[in-house]
Design a protein. Structure first.
Length: 189
């Protein structure tokens, strides 16, 4: 079974802007532009029955499209940085969607996500890169900004074991759209 996760896709034009962050950091392995995404929930290597349950429960999510803005470049790994990412500005709609997905995954029996949700787009993995080189890289790109773009759907993605992640394949796509209850017709007597 492939590894599964739920995320937001990055539009090509925004991906092209983010790709401008590539380079200038010795030892970094840059993520391919077509694999940029915002992970909302990592599911991991799960059995087919659980994967089907996860895919089915996501169809019930009803949320409106919302804007996403990328603001800043940061790293994960405080003492020994291991990843460079473009930071996504948290907003109420994004956070509510992620929380809804998390609740649904726990309801079908997946363990709670162990890390606090930090919306981001991973742009590089760093192994053997010095902390000072990463600090210099981040210092020169701290004012990076891209977007906003409208998140109009979220997706379930799969990945095969590979170095640096990807290629990612969209297994299911879930539209974000306002779905209001049908209007009740008033009856006049």
């Amino acid at each position: 079974m492939p590894r599964l996760f739920v995320g937001l896709e990055i539009p090509r034009d925004v991906g092209a802007i983010i790709s401008g962050l590539r380079g200038g950091l010795p030892g970094a392995r840059w993520i391919d532009v077509e694999n940029y995404h915002i992970t909302l929930r990592f599911l991991g290597d799960i059995d087919d029955r659980t994967a089907d349950e996860a895919a089915d429960t996501l169809w019930d999510i009803r949320r409106a499209p919302f804007p996403v803005t990328i603001n800043g470049v940061k790293s994960f790994g405080s003492r020994k940085p291991h990843s460079i990412y473009a930071a996504v500005e948290p907003n109420p709609s994004l956070m509510a969607l992620q929380a809804d997905i998390e609740r649904r995954m726990q309801r079908i029996g997946l363990p709670p996500e162990s890390r606090r949700f930090t919306p981001h787009v991973t742009v590089a993995r760093c192994r053997g890169t010095t902390s000072s080189a990463i600090a210099n890289y981040l210092g020169m790109r701290g004012l990076f900004r891209a977007g906003p773009f409208m998140a109009e759907r979220f997706v379930m993605l799969s990945s095969r074991a590979s170095q640096g992640g990807g290629p990612y394949i969209v297994e299911e796509a879930y539209p974000l759209e306002s779905r209001q209850a049908p209007a009740v017709l008033e009856q006049y007597i």
